[in-house]
Design a protein around this ligand. Structure first.
Ligand SMILES: *[C@@H]1O[C@H](CO)[C@@H](O)[C@H](O)[C@H]1NC(C)=O
Ligand SMILES: *[C@@H]1O[C@H](CO)[C@@H](O)[C@H](O)[C@H]1NC(C)=O
Ligand SMILES: *[C@@H]1O[C@H](CO)[C@@H](O)[C@H](O)[C@H]1NC(C)=O
Ligand SMILES: *[C@@H]1O[C@H](CO)[C@@H](O)[C@H](O)[C@H]1NC(C)=O
Ligand SMILES: *[C@@H]1O[C@H](CO)[C@@H](O)[C@H](O)[C@H]1NC(C)=O
Ligand SMILES: *[C@@H]1O[C@H](CO)[C@@H](O)[C@H](O)[C@H]1NC(C)=O
Ligand SMILES: *[C@@H]1O[C@H](CO)[C@@H](O)[C@H](O)[C@H]1NC(C)=O
Length: 840
């Protein structure tokens, strides 16, 4: 920068400061408008903490005067609300005052009212106040809680945090937001943005009367037509739809930023796009978080009826294609790239005959068509039944968080997503699914071949029973296992030599295999009094081998097919791991239908048996709890970082932490753990396994898991250890769960109340508070903000450093509603491992 430039800059800065001083001196700012207190053009009303300002302004390049609300300290002026959008004043003689009838009015120099809040009855002693949220409220002067009118209920083009956009299905669409006509003209433009409450509510942008874009129905977490909402979870999770409906049947949308000091706003721009902005203090400018619609396929019904738009594809005819069983209405037009005609059925549905004739074809990863309706299912019927029963029904979908949706109108505005999206079942005439005559023949042929193959298989199985068993253990993913002959070291084993599995993926001590008889006699034939507990996939027994060697035996229930995967997984994994905070596998037993794992015996059982027991928890003083937290963290660090594999446990919870004689914690139960490559950071699974209340939001909802999902579970565990309160015990309460409860206490500055009263005397309070803080950081909704386990250890152990402020959790209340699990009643499951299939 040249010298003269610098001088120039200094001059400008000085002028700016002087100007600001001048405006402070020259402007009369008040906190409210009352009958005695009028605001003239030039005066302003400022919110309590000075975020928003209310008064007269002129838009850029205009001399007309408008009354509006803007951010006080943000340049250039960002106006969030305008009162007299259609009737500006032409001079500076306007004023804002309380009229005789109690309304807030704008009068011009001739004392003519140009704008009024228009509340019907005569009001006495009203006052207008600008709240900290940017809401201008006309309330009773004596009782500020009586609100006659609010700018939040009469928005212009900006959706601010805390604003409630009401919808009432019986009243139809609420086109709440209308953009400015142009950058310098606040009068209403052509577009509007609002909520269509029919079916499951969704956001729609209209241009005049035609739809231009829609968000897809709200599924309680995201708008289903914007699967990317998951990527910006930190801003989105604040969104919610009120439930249940209020007395008049209305519900409202609102959002709360996870960090209340963030300035956020949604705005509909002059060209009809929804934009979300966040004020970035570092660069002193707004940053744009989302812009819709930006892609070709986001244009409303881009491809016409019964057609799908796919952004990733480039067909001969563009991005559009008819769905299976449909053909273009006008092939010529279609070939010329005009898709507006859409598609039609090749074979019409014939509803008059037996209902069985129609079939459904599933389309996955879709934006659901517009104008669906939600039906509540009676006990025995499925969503498919509902659709079959109705001759007009074209499609149905069962959507997590919404329920059964059916479409009786033409299917419009469908899009296929690369990631995420919903499954929808399209009704087709039976002949579309393989031709009527042919299909019968096919069925007969297939049955004959099938029967033959089945007989063959059974014969092969019977013939090669032994060999197949061996092969089963050589799973594809782990092709490096070999079977060896080994001496048995358990004294009661009947045979002198048995087969031993040895993994040479990593060098591990050989894992002995025990005979069923030796295990049975050690456990007193699996006697009830030796039973230590019941796990997700079987029971755990205590065994006594001669020589005083105690052992814990996990016996998988014979019938459980489900358990086999987990069993193999556990052997392969844990045999390779050695750490003082991981439970050690001593051997296994595979015989007949029996599958058993033998562990070192933990005389103090699991953590939950102490923590949640009225008497026993007293023995857990603060020192012990602190050591347990540290021990688990180190075990987890080993799993995530230090072992030669990167392992995600996926089912960390109090009952999976075992305690040895000295109360050292040991992580157990690796049935669900997964190995990652070094470079791999996250994975997806269709099968979500884990435990209610410990599952991270992105894992429970989307099946995405990573180190950070373990960190989330660990965070829950920390809170349980410090408080002695079981996470699930909050179900149905106002807080949602422990995380919500902790947040409430923390935000009220009452964190200390969380600490288990039985340890209060002996503990170091600061240490406990630090633990809670770290627990909150670990259980933040957004993966990005959650620390990894090595930072967690650092935070726990360094007493000095300043910890970041946790962001408000919002996800838990949703999880708590139990909606994620399609057709499965979570509320009846109690602290047991649950398995569910996430539809994708
Ligand atoms: C500020 O208020 C005082 C008294 O209410 C008035 O005399 C003065 O003109 C006002 N200043 C401006 C700039 O409106
Ligand atoms: C307004 O002024 C009148 C008389 O000047 C006074 O009696 C009344 O209390 C004032 N009201 C308020 C709200 O200040
Ligand atoms: C407007 O009304 C105020 C009081 O209500 C009065 O003092 C003022 O003279 C009026 N102005 C005109 C131009 O009528
Ligand atoms: C205003 O005051 C009048 C008379 O004092 C009373 O009749 C009327 O009910 C009051 N209106 C309201 C809305 O309080
Ligand atoms: C702020 O960002 C907008 C784009 O979002 C840009 O056009 C503008 O120039 C930026 N202003 C400053 C002062 O950087
Ligand atoms: C529908 O099916 C019935 C009975 O099979 C048949 O009589 C009728 O012609 C069919 N209608 C159409 C439109 O195919
Ligand atoms: C598409 O479907 C809608 C809703 O049923 C209908 O109003 C519209 O006319 C259809 N468009 C065409 C081109 O057939």
């Amino acid at each position: 920068m040249s010298e003269s430039n610098r001088d120039h800059l200094a001059l400008v800065t000085t002028l700016l400061i002087l100007f600001q001083l001048y405006s402070i001196v020259s402007c009369n700012t008040s906190t409210s408008i009352t009958r005695n207190n009028t605001i003239r053009d030039g005066d302003t009303l400022i919110s309590e903490e000075g975020v928003f300002e209310f008064g007269f302004f002129s838009p850029k390049d205009s001399t007309l005067r408008y009354v509006g609300i803007w951010y006080k300290n943000i340049e250039p002026r960002t106006v969030v609300w305008v009162a007299n959008r259609e009737r500006p004043l032409s001079d500076h003689n306007g004023a804002l005052k309380i009229a005789d009838d109690g309304n807030l009015v704008i009068v011009n120099g001739q004392n003519n009212t140009v704008w009024s809040t228009d509340v019907p009855p005569k009001l006495n002693n009203t006052a207008a106040v600008l709240l900290e949220t940017g809401d201008l409220v006309l309330s009773s002067d004596s009782d500020r809680d009586i609100r006659y009118w609010e700018s939040f209920n009469n928005p212009t083009d900006t959706f601010l945090p805390g604003m409630r956009v009401r919808v009432n299905p019986s009243m139809g669409e609420n086109r709440a937001f209308i953009p400015w006509r142009s950058e310098n003209d606040p009068s209403p433009g052509r577009y509007s943005l609002g909520i269509d409450p029919m079916g499951a509510p969704e956001i729609v942008i209209w241009e005049g009367e035609t739809r231009k874009w829609r968000s897809g129905p709200w599924d309680s977490v995201i708008f289903t037509g914007i699967p990317d909402m998951f990527r910006v979870t930190n801003y989105i999770y604040g969104f919610k739809l009120s439930a249940p409906p209020e007395r008049d049947g209305s519900v409202y949308f609102t959002y709360v930023p996870s960090d209340s000091s963030d300035l956020l706003r949604f705005q509909i721009s002059v060209d009809g796009a929804v934009e979300q902005f966040r004020w970035n203090k570092d660069i002193n400018n707004w940053t744009l978080l989302q812009l819709k619609p930006s892609k070709e396929c986001e244009k409303y019904n881009r491809c016409g009826n019964y057609s799908v738009c796919d952004e990733s594809k480039e067909f001969d005819s563009g991005k559009c294609s008819c769905i299976d069983g449909f053909e273009p209405v006008n092939q010529n037009q279609w070939d010329n790239g005009d898709f507006s005609g859409g598609c039609k059925r090749r074979v019409p549905l014939n509803c008059s005959q037996s209902l069985r004739e129609d079939e459904f074809r599933e389309l996955r990863g879709m934006k659901l068509p517009d104008f669906g309706s939600v039906v509540s299912l009676s006990n025995s019927e499925t969503c498919k039944d509902v659709c079959l029963r109705d001759c007009l029904c074209n499609a149905y979908a069962f959507v997590r968080g919404i329920g059964c949706m059916v479409w009786t109108r033409d299917l419009m505005d469908m899009e296929r997503f690369e990631h995420g999206g919903q499954s929808i079942n399209i009704r087709l005439a039976e002949s579309e699914l393989g031709g009527k005559e042919n299909s019968k023949l096919w069925i007969i042929m297939l049955s004959v071949i099938g029967a033959f193959l089945l007989v063959l298989c059974i014969w092969i199985l019977w013939k090669f029973k032994k060999r197949i068993k061996a092969i089963l253990w050589r799973k594809k993913d782990f092709p490096v296992f070999k079977i060896e002959e080994k001496k048995d070291y358990s004294t009661k084993s009947s045979s002198s030599t048995i087969q031993v599995l040895v993994g040479d993926l990593v060098d591990t001590p050989d894992l002995p295999i025990f005979s069923f008889n030796s295990v049975a006699s050690a456990t007193g034939d699996f006697a009830e009094e030796n039973k230590l507990g019941q796990g997700g996939f079987g029971s755990v027994y205590k065994g006594d081998f001669s020589g005083g060697r105690e052992i814990a035996v996990k016996r998988l229930s014979g019938k459980s097919k489900q358990g086999l995967e987990e069993f193999k997984n556990e052997i392969l994994l844990i045999a390779k791991l050695q750490h003082r905070n991981l439970v050690r596998l001593l051997g296994c037993c595979i015989e007949n239908n029996e599958k058993m794992l033998l562990y070192e015996y933990m005389p103090n059982k699991s953590l939950d048996s102490f923590l949640f027991d009225e008497n026993k928890r007293r023995s857990l003083d603060w020192r012990k709890r602190w050591d347990i937290i540290g021990g688990i963290a180190r075990g987890l660090l080993y799993l995530h970082r230090d072992s030669r594999l990167k392992i995600i446990h996926r089912d960390l919870k109090a009952s999976n932490i075992l305690l040895d004689k000295e109360m050292n914690p040991k992580i157990s139960d690796f049935g669900m753990a997964r190995i990652f490559n070094y470079r791999q950071d996250q994975a997806n699974t269709i099968r979500v396994v884990g435990t209610y209340g410990y599952m991270a939001p992105e894992y429970a909802m989307e099946g995405r898991f990573s180190e950070k999902s373990d960190v989330y579970s660990f965070g829950v565990l920390i809170m349980e250890i410090v408080s002695g309160i079981k996470n699930v015990s909050f179900r149905g309460s106002e807080h949602g769960n422990l995380i919500g409860y902790v947040w409430n206490l923390w935000s009220q500055g009452k964190t200390k109340e969380l600490i288990d009263p039985t340890v209060k005397d002996t503990q170091d309070v600061n240490e406990a508070m630090r633990c809670i803080h770290v627990g909150m950081l670990c259980t933040q909704d957004s993966v990005i903000y959650r620390p990894n386990i090595s930072s967690v250890l650092l935070m726990l152990e360094s007493r000095m450093s300043h910890l970041p402020r946790p962001r408000q959790p919002t996800f838990h209340s949703f999880l708590n509603s139990g909606k994620i699990l399609e057709g499965q009643d979570v509320a009846t499951l109690n602290d047991i491992t649950l398995t569910t299939v996430v539809g994708r």
